[in-house]
Design a binder for this molecule. Sequence first.
Ligand SMILES: Cc1cc2nc3c(=O)[nH]c(=O)nc-3n(C[C@H](O)[C@H](O)[C@H](O)COP(=O)(O)OP(=O)(O)OC[C@H]3O[C@@H](n4cnc5c(N)ncnc54)[C@H](O)[C@@H]3O)c2cc1C
Length: 494
Amino acid sequence: MATRESVKTNVLIVGSGAAGVTAAIEAREAGADVIVLEKEDHLGGAAAISGGGCCLVQTALQEENGIEDSPDLAFDDWISFGGGTADEVWARYYIENTNLGLFEWAKERGVEWVRVNQNEGNSVPRWHLPKGGGAGIWQGLHKAALDRGVDRWLTSTAARELIVDQGRVVGVRAENVESGEMTDYYADTVVLGSGGMSSNIDMIHKYRPDLKDMKVLEGSHVGHTGDGYGMVTKVGGIQTHMDKIWFYVFSIPDHKDPRGRRGLVVRGFPDSIWVNMQGERFHNEDLQGGASGAPAMFSQDPPHSWTIIDDTMKDGMVVGDPQYYQPGTVRKDPPKVEVLFRESPHIMHADTLEELAVELGVPQDTFVDTVRRYNGFIDSGMETDPDYGRPLANRRMLEKPPFHALHYFPLARKSFGGVKTDLRCRVVDKHYEPIPGLYAAGELAGMAGGHINGDAGLEGTMLGPCLFSGRVAGAWAAKEAGFGADVIASPTRD
Ligand SMILES: Cc1cc2nc3c(=O)[nH]c(=O)nc-3n(C[C@H](O)[C@H](O)[C@H](O)COP(=O)(O)OP(=O)(O)OC[C@H]3O[C@@H](n4cnc5c(N)ncnc54)[C@H](O)[C@@H]3O)c2cc1C
């Protein structure tokens, strides 16, 4: 369909999630006129359905809780957990600015930080939870943007390509996905915040051909289909670390997805055990993260597993998907979760362990021995499981029938690599020179700069950098458009 309309603004933002909303606030506060394009029929992206946790360093909340942290300590944790492949300059920039540049900044704009938790790889607790989780933080920031006059949030409007004039990006050609109409949005500068590729299994296979023969589920917000990468490549931008993808392994296929591609993240079974197709345990089930649980499952043959619970454990089930869960509530719709538990073809039930083994297709004797052996550790009062080092204090045995098993597969959640940018979030070309007029932030830019996390993230190191890099991109995009006196730099240093 022919292009029909043309619209002009100062800063055009693609994507209404974490990076998009902070870029909008920043650009508007600088005085720029802003339009946000969003391809879905709803705003908020992954940010609004996320847990909301942000890795923040040396904050007032840590201090209130007696937690002694420092940017140097956080930097050391970050770099060693990332296996030496993180972008050190961006990691430093983010860490030093998390206190004033994100914790306090968001607070001043209506976000309430309520708790700080410990996560794998962190020397001290740093995972800061906002009130209302991801929905809470995104709604707070969206309101702040509206209050400041950002009032053009165009849903069902998908950016399709960048408009270039004499080497400069001057806008975006976008499609109204309902009518098919195309519109050219002209802008002084463009910020891309269109998210990663974890909901596009074909793209994941492109960068991880080793996963082609495995069942890997799509698991981010539906908008994470990797639209931004192609647009950037077409104008000479480069990508880096695209094979770094963060997987979770506590997820079952969504049987309602007609394409059979999406997964549902399942939580709430702290006493379950994981059993492979040989009927054996293979891991300390408490270590579930992308750096521990995922490699353990990928090394199984085949790379999926069954999570076993008894009947006393089933009521804890939480499904981390908007169909079943809203952050801020434990179970939005218990009957729906219960129906899923009963009716999913990926959840099995049986009155005895022997019968369950048959349902799962695992060797019966081995499976029954596995469960009995594990129960025996708890029954005899052991503090630690001698097979995999799992702490056993206050742990429940799997003894009350019926028994249940959930079929867990790897699920792609976050893109750790992405579009390469400099510290102003300017997209760079193969000569590492900025492409005039073009900025990228958030997961599209591997959360910031191209690969801020490296091989593994300390958790909270996705949403946090997306929010922060959105700020940076918005501020510099506004400045290049002729607005704003200063840029973000209020580091907290040891
Ligand atoms: C369920 C879940 C829980 C999570 N929990 C945490 C957590 O607790 N802590 C943490 O650190 N990270 C978490 N994450 C990751 C974090 O939420 C994301 O990395 C972050 O939100 C990405 O921000 P973004 O702005 O890049 O993308 P998003 O917030 O997803 O926003 C991108 C937006 O761009 C839109 N878009 C895409 N293509 C186009 C196009 N062509 N035109 C217009 N719009 C487009 C998308 O529809 C989307 O709305 C979680 C992710 C998920 C899915």
